[in-house]
Design a protein around this ligand. Structure first.
Ligand SMILES: [Mg+2]
Length: 376
């Protein structure tokens, strides 16, 4: 593993990026509101990454982006780089179907085991699973063998979280750390002297486990809000765990409903926040704890390019969100061959873009922040 200096994700994606709200950062591309009807989305929410609606939005944006190029070229093929079999694999297949494009996906998560490649032929595209990010070279060779050219008729979708930034199995812990840090800072800001860091950590660790996903919906906003309410003393962790495990407390809606019924027992500083989160949850906002997510933007930005040039590779991988050199190198090569590159991120926009106030201070969206590049 080596250092490759510093760069930004925008070096190869420019502003062809969507975060969770599916509103492209490049303002020449249509917003989700503009295209909702045209892609047949009747509900008001934001489609989740694994849904067919999400794929239709992405396919529409890819066609729009390809129309902006000179000379114009039809999209004939899709390449997808990601880090999760289920999430990225499903999104990839849906996008292939939505655009009626053949596709090849590379999904990697690094581990200590000997290098392995697994090929998974699906009706809607072929997936290659790898346990090395460096196996992207084998992926390129495989595409070539199959006569699958990556050129101006190819669109390359890059997943940002734990793929382009913070490679899974190598640097992804830092991404989780900065989110937890944001949770700590937000909750301690509310509870002040009452804040008990170890109680927060314990509650977070327990309720973040997969067995509690039905209760938390695996939603970090919900989870941090729950930890805040626990910190405020409305209900004890042990008590809540018993309620959840016994099936009496089934989901987050029930929890926040309970808090709402007992809102007068909340410490004063939590009352207003609860009202705010409750209103957003009622409107179906999947990112209802805005302050936590704004803080996450700050803690994320604070871990990019944060160490000086004497930092070792190990220090960078444990303390900095780095750009994955293997992904960057492949992207630069494919762009040189004329491919259209597009970045997708499931990170909430509030955690990815600076607020207006921060923007005025010169803060940039995550994909435009300079950070270290590390890879094999
Ligand atoms: Mg990812």
């Amino acid at each position: 593993m080596k250092k490759y200096g510093r760069s930004t994700v925008s070096e190869f994606l420019e502003d062809f990026v969507v975060y969770r709200n599916l509103d492209p950062i490049d303002s020449r591309l249509p917003s989700l509101t503009d295209i909702r009807e045209r892609v047949g989305i009747s509900t008001s929410g934001i489609p989740r990454k694994t849904s067919p609606e999400y794929a239709r939005v992405i396919a529409y944006l890819l066609l729009a982006a390809s129309q902006m190029r000179e000379p114009k070229a039809q999209i004939e093929r899709v390449v997808f780089l990601g880090d999760t079999r289920m999430n990225d694999g499903t999104a990839f297949q849906n996008i292939c179907l939505a655009g009626n494009w053949p596709g090849m996906a590379f999904v990697a998560s690094e581990n200590e085991a000997p290098q392995q490649l697994e090929i998974d032929h699906r009706d809607a595209g072929t997936l290659i699973y790898a346990n090395r990010w460096g196996a992207i070279d084998e992926f390129q060779a495989f595409c070539q063998e199959q006569g699958f050219d990556i050129n101006e008729q190819t669109v390359v979708l890059l997943d940002l979280d734990k793929t382009t930034l913070g490679a899974r199995g190598r640097n992804d812990k830092v991404i989780d750390q900065v989110r937890l840090e944001a949770g700590f800072e937000t909750v301690s800001g509310y509870l002040e002297d009452e804040f008990d860091p170890s109680a927060f950590q314990t509650a977070y660790n327990i309720l973040n486990q997969p067995e509690y996903h039905p209760f938390t919906a695996d939603n970090q906003d919900f989870l941090v809000y729950i930890c805040l309410i626990l910190g405020g003393g409305l209900i004890e962790l042990d008590e809540l765990v018993v309620e959840v495990n016994s099936g009496r407390m089934v989901d987050f809606d029930q929890f926040i409903g309970y808090v709402n019924q007992n809102a007068e027992r909340l410490p004063r500083e939590l009352g207003g926040l609860h009202q705010d989160v409750f209103a957003r949850v009622s409107q179906g906002d999947p990112t209802p704890f805005k302050e936590f997510r704004y803080k996450e933007y700050e803690t994320t930005a604070g871990r990019m390019g944060n160490l000086d040039e004497t930092a070792t590779v190990d220090e960078l991988l444990s303390k900095t969100i780095t750009i994955t050199q293997e992904v960057r190198q492949a992207a630069l090569t494919w762009r040189e061959h004329g491919a259209l590159l597009f970045g997708i991120s499931d990170k909430p926009d509030e955690a990815s873009l600076p607020t207006d106030a921060l923007k005025r201070q010169g803060c940039q969206p995550i994909h435009r922040i300079e950070t270290d590049v590390v890879g094999g």
